[in-house]
Design a protein around this ligand. Structure first.
Ligand code: SF4
Length: 94
């Protein structure tokens, strides 16, 4: 009997089609805002990180479009939109 797939393996099955402009941006000047640190904890795809300068960064490839980061951090620090039609995530597992 085979082992069930772990979360990273399941996410690796999804396909992500990028668009020229990321659909989530950290608003200019808000990179060190403490509200952004919640995104590091709640993003199920682990796309947020903090750099050595204490700024929060996002790597948009792999976004599941769940909206959790927007709910956690708020629209004052995040510019969040759904991707342009035909781009973004295509779910392949569940
Ligand atoms: S929408 Fe969901 S998956 Fe995408 S960056 Fe926000 S929390 Fe992560």
């Amino acid at each position: 009997m085979s082992e069930p797939l772990g979360l990273k393996a399941k996410l690796g099955l999804d396909v992500f089609k990028a668009y020229a402009r990321p659909h989530i941006l950290i608003k200019t000047g808000m990179e060190k805002d403490p509200r952004l640190k919640k995104a590091i904890l709640v993003c199920p795809a682990g796309l947020y990180d903090e750099n050595d300068a204490g700024e929060v960064e996002i790597s948009i490839d792999g976004c599941l479009e769940c909206g959790t980061c927007l709910l956690a951090c708020g629209s004052e620090v995040l510019d969040w939109q759904y991707p342009v039609g035909g781009t973004g995530v295509q779910f392949r597992f569940g």
